[in-house]
Ligand binder design. Structure first.
Ligand code: ATP
Ligand code: MG
Length: 450
């Protein structure tokens, strides 16, 4: 508050403080802020705390994009925030934040963090743990707004919007960088990447998502430090990669990862895919399709993405199981389990995705069966839409026939009579299956309910 007063008296910029930009200079109006975030900042301000909307939301509004979520930063401590909002709870250990709920909406509220100390030996001092190589393991030391801005990653991510005055506090030239479409690390890039190697992945993600170029000085140390990503807990890597792959700009994001030399070891399956032209074609079709879906406001899930990324591994494993003489169905189920377990060891992705991944994979074979009652049963399958999207991606990349994908497109839209006409003669099924046991005759009736 005193800072603002000094700024006002001196004109724009106080000696070392942030530049404070009025509405006329940035154009973000209070009404553009989510009502839940306004409720949080207004309540905090009424109680005498500093309260800003910060990070991605301010950046996105400045760039004319719709923000994904609204985060708030304040000088109130987590306990003080908790006391002000009945529906709130403290989460996190490495980095404590408070979740405040209004209706179905959630606002993340963080207390200003202090500046990061220079790297020393493994060290614990009141709430902050730094490893010998400079990696910040825990960060719960509270500080001022300026310090909080300095420990954020990129200049465009360190813009603070005060809804009460419709001002942006810009301590690191983020507004100018946004205009230049420049992604620039705050502070010494090598040190900041060492503190948290995930920032390297974030650089690739934001450059892709915002269509920014990475400042040469920010970019320079990445190649050398890329191997530090191996020290990041797999679950955090997984979350960060999913953010990239489900950002709506995954195609560009993966290209950016490669350009920075970051794709090796981040997702083990990406290594394998990017070294094999057939897999690459499939991956690009998958990323392209998923990007389009997300940009059209449709859903895309981590499970679908994992099913895409591991599809060829699963096929390979399936061949191996078949070669061991396993019956088709057992071969499929064993192959799916083997691949998922192997990946889980490397990536620690949650088991809750397994069901959907397996459904997407196992339905691919069933698409081949276009006679009798089977296609009708598939129509009422709850995951048909995702499985069909997967088939489209396969067809697009030459992994399944386009004719098959078209047939299923028509079959889903057709009337009952047309569907019956579309069925293939039983022996004409183009499934690449091993001979099966004979089925009961009832199985061949097209009108059999699912
Ligand atoms: P998105 O729109 O993709 O969510 P975002 O900028 O909001 O982008 P978040 O991951 O939600 O990204 O983080 C919110 C803010 O927290 C960032 O804008 C940045 O200021 C800060 N931040 C997040 N992760 C880090 C990090 N690893 N190092 C430094 N600052 C970070
Ligand atoms: Mg965010």
């Amino acid at each position: 508050m005193i800072r603002r007063l000094i700024n006002k008296v001196l004109g724009k910029k106080a000696a070392a403080g942030p530049r404070i930009l009025p509405l006329a200079k940035h154009g973000i109006r209070r009404e553009q802020i989510h009502s839940c975030a306004l409720k949080v900042t207004d309540t905090l301000a009424r109680e005498g705390y500093a309260a800003f909307v910060v990070g991605g939301a301010v950046r996105d509004l400045l760039l004319g994009h719709e923000p994904k979520d609204f985060d708030v930063a304040t000088d109130a401590t987590p306990d003080e925030i908790r006391r002000l909002f009945r529906r709130s709870r403290v989460i996190g250990r490495r980095f404590q934040i408070v979740h405040v709920y209004c209706g179905p909406d959630l606002i993340e509220v963080t207390t200003f963090r202090a500046a990061t100390p220079p790297a020393e030996d493994d060290e614990e001092e009141d709430g902050r743990v730094t490893a010998a190589d400079g990696m910040l393991l825990r960060d719960n030391v509270f500080g001022s707004q300026e310090e909080d801005a300095a420990r954020r990653d990129f200049t465009v991510n360190a813009l603070y919007y005060d809804p009460a005055n419709q001002e942006i506090w810009d301590g690191h030239g983020g507004v100018a960088d946004a205009q230049k479409k420049l992604l620039r690390m705050i502070g010494d890039p090598a040190q900041r990447f060492r503190e948290d190697p995930v920032r390297m992945l974030r650089a690739a993600r934001f450059a892709a998502k915002l269509d920014f170029h990475i400042d040469p000085a920010t970019r320079a140390p990445i190649a050398e430090l890329a191997s530090m990503l191996a020290r990041i807990p797999p679950s955090r890597l997984f979350d960060e990669m999913m953010k990239l792959l489900l950002s709506g700009h995954a195609e560009r994001g993966v290209k950016q990862l490669r350009a920075e030399g970051l794709h090796h070891g981040v997702l083990p399956m990406l290594d394998a895919i990017l070294d094999d032209p057939a897999r690459q074609k499939f991956l690009h079709a998958a990323l392209h399709d998923t990007d389009l879906r997300i940009r059209q406001g449709q859903s895309a899930s981590p499970a679908f993405m994992l099913a895409c990324l591991l599809w060829f591994d699963m096929q390979q494993e399936l061949e191996r199981k078949r070669a061991h003489g396993l019956h088709e169905q057992s071969a499929l189920y064993e192959a799916m389990d083997t691949v998922l377990e192997r990946q889980r060891r490397a990536l620690a992705f949650p088991r809750r995705f397994d069901g959907m991944i397996k459904e997407i994979w196992s339905l691919q074979g069933r698409f081949e069966q276009r006679s009798g009652a089977r296609p009708f049963r598939l129509l009422s399958h709850p995951r048909l839409s995702a499985c069909y999207d997967f088939l489209l991606i396969r067809a697009e990349s030459g992994d399944a026939s386009q004719e098959l994908a078209d047939w299923w497109g028509r079959f889903q839209d057709a009337e009952e009579a047309e569907r019956a006409e579309m069925l293939k003669p039983a022996q004409g099924s183009d499934a690449k299956r091993k001979p099966r046991k004979r089925r009961k005759p009832a199985d061949a009736a097209p009108s059999e309910p699912a």
